[in-house]
Design a binder for this molecule. Structure first.
Ligand SMILES: N[C@@H](CCC(=O)N[C@@H](CS)C(=O)NCC(=O)O)C(=O)O
Length: 263
């Protein structure tokens, strides 16, 4: 059976979990301790991130690679359309959500849950984040156009990639208007059992969230600022927050992949 290294609140892991469920592939979920990763998780996930997948002797990391692997190995119940334009749109939506949208949602959580800064600085950066979410929703609306799914006529990769962010935006009361085409798309997709399962896992994870906040704030579990996350913070006026977090050990940068030799 496949093993998915998962975390209920990770949008990247949610995307892979939806793909596994939509394709009706049997798998078990293991939630690693990201602050103190064990050897099995590290061997599968050299960047110490979820998701990672173990399929027999094969270990994969990076959500976009994992979903393509699932599609290649289990072509039934496809998550990519047959039309090349639909496929390209799905992948484009995934690329933008995994980078730009993720960075904004991550940053909002830094302020709202982890209290990365408070007062005027936090308010100004949160206002910027709200603007960015509105902009990204407009961009997504343009991608969706009149079609029922980002993936074309059927629910697929682009939809799975966007859903976790739309869910968080809605939670923060920044979701699309319910009478818009994007709002109708969201309503249609959120009913799917694969997404409902992700929502249930996220809710379960939130039950222990207080402990996670304490671990982050004490430096036991430094948050990873990298790529678009770092870019968003610097661009939005948070250079000093990043510097202070790095100094205090509550923020870490990305690492080079750990090397594991076979045998
Ligand atoms: N590019 C990676 C990103 C994965 C990622 O950032 N995962 C986060 C959770 S959302 C993680 O595991 N972070 C490690 C940590 O928080 O210590 C992918 O697409 O799989």
């Amino acid at each position: 059976m496949l093993t998915l290294f998962d975390h209920g609140l990770s949008p990247f892991a949610q995307k892979v979990k939806m793909a596994l469920l939509e394709k009706a592939i049997t798998f078990e979920c293991v939630v690693p301790d990201l602050a103190a990763p064990d050897a099995r998780f590290l061997a599968a996930s050299p960047l110490k991130e979820v998701p990672a997948l173990i399929d027999g002797d094969v270990a994969l990391f990076q959500s976009a690679i994992i979903v393509e692997y699932l599609e290649d190995k289990w072509p039934a119940n496809p998550i990519l359309a047959s039309d090349p334009v639909d496929r390209a749109r799905s992948r484009t939506v995934q690329a933008m959500c995994d980078t730009q949208f993720e960075a904004v949602v991550f940053s909002m959580t830094e302020f709202m849950a982890f209290k990365r800064a408070e007062g005027e600085v936090a308010q100004a950066m949160l206002a910027q984040a709200r603007k960015d979410v509105a902009h990204l929703l407009q961009w997504l609306s343009a991608q969706l156009g009149p079609r029922p799914y980002f993936n074309g006529q059927n629910f697929g990769l682009g939809d799975m990639a966007a859903l976790p962010y739309l869910a968080t935006a809605s939670l923060y009361k920044l979701g699309p208007a319910s009478d818009s085409l994007l709002g109708q798309w969201f309503e249609r997709c959120r009913q799917r059992p694969s997404f409902q399962r992700c929502q249930a896992d996220a809710k379960a994870e939130l039950a222990g969230f207080k402990e996670s906040v304490a671990r982050v704030q004490s430096g036991q579990w430094p948050r990873q600022y990298r790529d678009h996350r770092l870019d968003w913070f610097i661009r939005s006026g948070g250079t000093e927050i990043v510097t202070a977090g790095l100094k205090a050990g509550t923020i870490r940068l990305s690492c080079l992949p750990q090397i594991h030799t076979q045998g």
